[in-house]
Design a protein around this ligand. Sequence first.
Ligand SMILES: Cc1cc2nc3c(=O)[nH]c(=O)nc-3n(C[C@H](O)[C@H](O)[C@H](O)COP(=O)(O)OP(=O)(O)OC[C@H]3O[C@@H](n4cnc5c(N)ncnc54)[C@H](O)[C@@H]3O)c2cc1C
Length: 302
Amino acid sequence: MSQHASPPASPYRLFDVALKRKAPLSAHLWRFTFEGPEVSQMATLAPDQRIKIFFPDPQGRPPAMALAPDWYARYKKQDVETRPPMRTYTIRALRAQDGEVDVDFVLHGETGPASTWATRARPGERLQIMAPNAAFEGDGGGYEWKPPQGLKRLLLIADETALPAVAGILEGLSALPAPPITEAFVEIPSVDDMIALATWPGLSIEWMPRNLDAPGARMLGAAQRAALPTTASKAAPILAEVNVDEAILWDVSAPDDAGFYGWVAGEAAAVLAIRRLLITERRVDKSSLNLMGYWREGRVLD
Ligand SMILES: Cc1cc2nc3c(=O)[nH]c(=O)nc-3n(C[C@H](O)[C@H](O)[C@H](O)COP(=O)(O)OP(=O)(O)OC[C@H]3O[C@@H](n4cnc5c(N)ncnc54)[C@H](O)[C@@H]3O)c2cc1C
């Protein structure tokens, strides 16, 4: 090997991007298109590909992170008053050849740095995105949509923060020769938040506007009435306790059984209640479920 061989590419890397445009998809969901020459080196591995976005610091200075192997530990040690806020988002679409990436932001008010930035942002503003590196050979992960081959039956329960992922999941499935029978339940802030989604004859989509009710109640209701596979009666497993105010709820699997797969993401306390309901009461096999807290009401979990 040459002494000057370059180090192997990392699975993830930082991308300097600028906002190209923003456009409303619905009352609360807006599409942000970012551009930058380096975006040609970005990759996305699944419709729920997660990325970290770094926003301007509290003084308004654009983020200037450098990627070191221990970047996360270093980041966590920095003063929250001066470090660039970091939040998790989903790649909705990547056009690497055009150097463009779309991220759909929920505008939930000026209560957190991401939503505040998104509400006020103008084209040209700069951010940094930690996303998969196309130069990495292999699967760098950062996604949980891992349906078994030949999946027959799918349950999706989501709120608006996971709607970008759901939209991508449905888009991908609709292109299959035989997409699974699918029930999709999407809780949205208001009736003005329904968006066009890919469809096929075996797909039912139920939009559940929450209006002024607490987030997650409609997602839980959906889990109560969703059609589920009948499972043999067996003792319900003991579920590990998760304090969703302290830790991120992330209970994921990659099942082999093509019979049924459930993908649930949204407000964490709601997803926790759905976890208990589906596994303990409705006796769904835990290994066929992905249960992910995407945000926690009243808390900041970065
Ligand atoms: C894997 C993953 C993928 C995600 N993908 C997306 C995505 O594509 N688009 C997207 O918009 N979000 C997405 N999210 C959710 C997003 O990371 C959170 O909503 C995040 O908290 C927003 O940061 P913020 O700075 O606006 O608010 P924070 O500073 O985190 O929170 C401030 C306050 O706002 C509240 N809050 C946070 N989010 C919401 C909300 N959606 N509605 C109402 N109140 C809220 C918090 O409870 C808190 O009280 C994703 C999360 C994960 C884990």
